[in-house]
Design a binder for this molecule. Structure first.
Ligand code: BTN
Length: 144
């Protein structure tokens, strides 16, 4: 079960990295376009707070899920990601000091001004069967 989950995480990150790599320019790495600190809110009311970003575009912050129909609501979770030019990707493992939803979400998308259009994949495992389920959807974040 743990091995399956690790393989799934590796797959999600590698497929995202591959997608980002295909979109990136061949000759150079684009500079990051997002700034830190910055706060973003999506159409579900969830909040992405980017606290730090380095010159390579790697960033860290916190994510507060306020989306109806999901668990792990209303408390901050660590988020980390990467921004290169208009491309952005970030992920949250839904485990903090007080709550563990046993799931992980990866978002990837595009920045246009103060709007971030993303698609996401949410993976969670069934402890009894070991089966992994993947949900997907879209989130649009606006900079506050
Ligand atoms: C879980 O229910 O297992 C953890 C919370 C998942 C919240 C999802 S992630 C994609 C979508 N966008 C949000 O802002 N929240 C939901």
């Amino acid at each position: 079960m743990v091995r399956k989950f690790c393989l799934l995480l590796a797959f999600l990150f590698l497929s995202n990295a591959s997608a980002e790599a295909q979109k990136a320019p061949l000759t150079s790495t684009a500079s990051p376009t997002i700034t830190a600190p910055s706060s973003w809110k999506n159409q579900r009311g969830s909040e992405l707070k980017i606290a730090t970003i380095d010159s390579s575009g790697a960033f860290n912050g916190e994510y507060i899920n306020n989306a109806a129909g999901f668990d792990c609501q209303g408390v901050p979770f660590d988020v980390s990601g990467h921004n290169s030019g208009n491309d952005i990707a970030f992920s949250v493992t839904w485990k903090n000091a007080t709550k563990n939803c046993g799931s992980i979400t990866v978002w990837h998308g595009t920045l246009t001004g103060d709007t971030m259009n993303t698609t996401w994949e949410l993976a969670y495992g069934d402890d009894k069967t070991g089966n992994i389920t993947i949900l997907s959807g879209q989130d649009i974040f606006q900079r506050n």
